[in-house]
Ligand binder design. Sequence first.
Ligand SMILES: [Cu+2]
Length: 256
Amino acid sequence: MSSPVQGRSAPPSPTRTRPVTLDRRWVVLQAVVAAGMIASFAAVMLVIAGEVVVPLAVGAVLFAVPLAMLAVRPRPAAVAIGVVSTLWLLLNIGQIGAVLDGLARPTATADFLVTLAMQVFSVAGVIGLVGSLRRAPGRVARYAVATCALILLLGAAGSVTLALTTAAAPVVTNSGQEPLVAVRDSEFVPAELVVQPGTTVTWEWSGDAQHNVVGDGFESPLQTEGDFTHHFETPGRYDYRCTLHVGMTGTVAVSK
Ligand SMILES: [Cu+2]
């Protein structure tokens, strides 16, 4: 309010200062960012990895603390969310291969969407950091929230459409030839292999990065080359994954 001081003896401020409080819309943006990042981390652990991933759990806590503080101390909390977003984005530059990998496969909807969501929210968090520090006009924050929503909606719609219209991932049955899975950079090809009981499956490393093959009852070393075999006797679905790369998963289906 710019109304004159009423009935107070304190002298008016000699210079016009920026408002002390932060525009509510920046608070909303940072709340969306923190909640979005926590939801993305949770989705990776619950849906994709199926276990607690320590760096993601730590990240979730780092966003949850300032999120809880937003109502009490809006500006420091908004700044903190922006700082965590910035750190996460910087860390991600080192993982750019995995990020691009996730974005390059829009038909793997869950993996694609969490990867997209984490990029979108963390960039929004950096915008929120700058906006909160400079106490920029709130409408910028509102545009940022709207842009996040738009990108994620388009991403979800595009991914689901592509997944529905594209043929399912190739399923290879061992009809005589040796069942082989290529371990490439952040994917197993074929991702689903159907074999008969009593088959030995061979994984052959052909990427540049380190990967492993970890399933229920079998585990390869982390390596960049060579191969690994496992004998499948009992019918069932054997999901496996690389523990280094979120979303790098495969299945051996043993059926008669
Ligand atoms: Cu890997």
